[in-house]
Design a protein around this ligand. Structure first.
Ligand code: AMP
Ligand code: GLY
Length: 449
């Protein structure tokens, strides 16, 4: 089977890595990919947003199956376009992708289905939004409706900050059309977790839980980023909470889309806040998380290509997911200065040393070859991923591997997994050398509608 993966980040490298292990695969392409993906797939120099270029390529090469990584092509309707041409493609349709593409759509749907989420109002007028914020008080959250590359959410701790966010979104229009509509939402407190499901429109399977680290600096300080690290599983979400999320979030959503005549096929990611009153859904994404994928896929025992194919062919009921009884940790190495301005083209060394341990993977995000030498080419550069019998073992191996890698001005967090570490009675400063015994096995094979 000839497969094309669309995207170019660490998530897509992890997806390509897992797909390349499938006996079903004969040839793997990635568009546009990166220097790490190039080691396992043939790169195609077509950007993810060029639907017509990708379609032409797929027809010329007789590609059997397309897997889409990022959200933008999904919200732009790539699945509908390819499906209309009779080409098999994994992911939700444009209609279903509104769950991520429009925060107003997703909040209204949560309200309709009584899915636990923060109280909110949707506004198209800045004056009305400001009146509402003045009435509700702070802290409050202001979100642009459309896609904004993770930058469209402001958690405002002061009234001027909230008013400024509304002004920037709706009057200055810094996010363009994405900010024509905004959602103003109750500010929730608690620990965040990522719970991702895969569904073929009828059957739902939960993937292993995970937690990412959005802030740039240790101690969850500084601005938000695309994600500075992750680990799986997370103790923030126990089996009981998972079952509740399945029953109260994923199953109602999947039933609703089916009833609307637009079955949801693909990954559905719920960003969860564990508040003292129970879980609340912060947002939906219609794809795998980045860097969550990098810690989920190494734990998956199933043939990933077969899983994606079965989902596309509406036979997910035939598949039970199996997870390795291991923990997995990812530390992102970024360019100094990220998420603001940073320099690129720095020579990277030490990846081969880091990978000497068979429990280590290094997934590339922003890398490219310059005169045959591996160099940085983005904010987030590498994802160092380690597995272990316990969380502390995985953590320790991962940081040991990170220590082998070098490029000028590199930056990474030294406290990835600090919440899981405290929940397990330890600390990530520094990772413990002598890991406690392995925890009990976990199963996630629940949820057939
Ligand atoms: P979102 O894109 O909606 O997930 O928001 C990005 C980040 O903003 C989340 O991961 C949270 O850290 C934060 N956030 C979003 N909504 C809320 C909320 N209602 N209360 C507190 N923090 C929030
Ligand atoms: N890690 C957050 C996201 O993928 O949206």
């Amino acid at each position: 089977m000839k497969v094309l993966v669309i995207g170019s980040g660490g998530r897509e490298h992890a997806m390509c890595w897992k797909i390349s292990q499938s006996p079903k695969l004969t040839k793997l392409y990635a568009a546009p990919g990166n220097a790490g993906i190039a080691e396992i797939a043939e790169l195609v120099d077509i950007p993810a947003k060029d639907q017509e270029g990708l379609l032409k390529f797929c027809k010329t090469k007789a590609i059997d199956f397309i897997v889409v990584g990022p959200e933008a092509p999904l919200t732009e309707g790539i699945v509908d376009r390819f499906r209309d041409e009779g080409i098999k493609i994994f992911g939700p349709t444009k209609f279903a992708a509104q769950l991520e593409g429009s925060k107003a759509f997703s909040k209204e749907m949560m309200k309709k289905l009584s899915i636990p989420t923060g109280e909110f109002e949707v506004f198209t007028s800045p004056e009305k939004a400001m009146d509402y914020v003045a009435k509700k008080g702070i802290p409050i959250v202001v979100k642009v409706d459309g896609l904004a590359g993770g930058k469209g959410v402001v958690v405002a701790a002061s009234m001027p900050k909230a008013m400024e966010a509304i002004h920037l979104d709706m009057v200055k229009k810094v996010f363009g059309k994405a900010g024509e509509k905004i959602v103003v939402e109750e500010c929730l407190e608690g620990e965040e977790a990522s719970v991702i499901a895969i569904t073929d429109g009828s059957t739902v399977r939960l993937l292993a839980s995970s937690q990412d680290h959005k802030r740039i600096f240790d101690g969850d300080k500084g601005p938000n980023t695309g994600g500075m690290g992750a680990y799986s599983p997370t103790p923030a979400v126990n089996e009981q909470v998972e079952k509740e999320i399945l029953d109260r979030v994923f199953i109602p959503i999947v039933k609703e889309f089916k009833a609307l005549g637009h079955p949801f096929k693909g990954f559905l990611y719920a960003g969860i806040m564990m508040t003292k009153n129970g879980f609340r859904v912060l947002e939906f994404n219609v794809r795998l998380g980045d860097p969550e994928t990098q810690v989920i896929l190494p734990r998956l025992e199933n043939d990933f290509l077969e899983l994606l194919l079965a989902t596309t062919q509406e036979r997910l009921n035939e598949i039970q997911l199996k997870w390795k009884d291991e923990d997995c940790v990812c530390v992102v190495i970024a360019s100094g200065g990220y998420p603001d301005t940073f320099e690129s083209d720095k020579k990277i060394s030490g990846i081969a040393n880091a990978k000497e341990n068979p429990d280590i993977q290094v997934f590339h995000a922003g890398t490219k070859l310059i005169n045959g030498e591996l160099c940085t080419a983005g904010g987030r550069v590498l994802n160092v991923v380690g597995t272990g019998r316990t969380f502390f073992e995985a953590l320790s191996k991962t940081y040991h591997a990170v220590d082998q890698i070098f490029f000028e001005k590199m930056h990474y967090r030294k406290d990835i997994g600090h919440r899981a570490a405290s929940a397990r009675g330890g600390s990530t400063f520094p990772p413990e050398a002598d890991p406690p015994p392995a925890g009990a096995g976990m199963t996630y094979n629940k949820g057939i509608l």
